[in-house]
Design a protein around this ligand. Structure first.
Ligand SMILES: [Zn+2]
Length: 229
């Protein structure tokens, strides 16, 4: 789970890795015989009983630096990825993070560019609302409207949803399923873990080779109860 790729000198939420760090992390994947792919590609491979050598790469929020800083590195290492964007904040910024530096978000053209480069586009909701704390109508709108807007914007089917803040409950899972998504990403969904609440590991600027190794091993250990994943 990545967010922003760029200068991380002012990064209170620890959501940024430098391009140099991402480059080294993708090199680490390669050394271990793993290839980064979109979540859709990972799930399709798993459904065929394959995918042992694949690692799903996700980038949340749709920062403008995805196109300028992450995409060239994904190309260099022949990796795919899923980009979870906020169609209610096109060309805006991360106003939901009060402490952090303002980071510009991709415009509609930026998202279309990423899609044209083979990146899977997924929904992160309309505006980055915590679905576990929103009223029923807001939950439905965030989930349903964002999918419709992205399908129109990108001209492709949108299969993936990503819960803002990673927070998820039964109502949010139901809303995502009813809206027609094929899967959804969370962070630590506990008993809700499944295709509509996929666990992910935060990868940050401090994650050097040995830390990635430990996270990889621990993730497999902690998630081994996930049936069929
Ligand atoms: Zn987010």
């Amino acid at each position: 789970m990545y967010h922003s790729v760029g200068d991380c000198s002012d990064d209170p939420y620890r959501i940024t890795v430098t391009p140099e760090r991402l480059d080294r992390q993708l090199a680490w994947l390669r050394r271990r015989g793993l290839r980064g792919v979109s979540v859709a590609e990972l799930l399709a491979a798993r459904a065929r009983g394959e995918g042992q050598g694949l690692a799903g790469l996700t980038f949340d929020d749709g920062y403008a630096d995805f196109v300028t800083d992450a995409l060239p590195l994904l190309r260099r290492w022949n990796c795919g990825a899923t980009l979870f964007v906020l169609p209610g904040r096109l060309g805006g910024d991360n106003a939901w993070d009060p402490l952090g530096p303002r980071k510009p978000l991709l415009t509609a053209d930026g998202i279309r560019h990423a899609a044209a480069e083979g990146v899977e586009i997924g929904s992160h909701g309309l505006t980055h609302v915590d679905l576990t704390r929103a009223d029923d109508l807001t939950v439905k709108n965030e989930v349903t409207e964002s999918r419709a807007l992205l399908e129109e914007l990108a001209g492709v089917r949108i299969d993936g949803f990503c819960y803002p803040y990673g927070t998820v409950d039964v109502r949010a899972v139901e809303a995502v399923r009813e809206a027609g998504y094929a899967y959804a990403c969370a962070i630590d969904p506990g008993p809700l873990t499944g295709p509509y609440a996929l666990p992910r590991v935060h990868v940050g600027q401090n994650d050097t080779a040995w830390r990635l190794y430990l996270k990889h091993r621990l993730h497999r250990l902690r998630r081994r109860t996930v049936k069929g994943l």
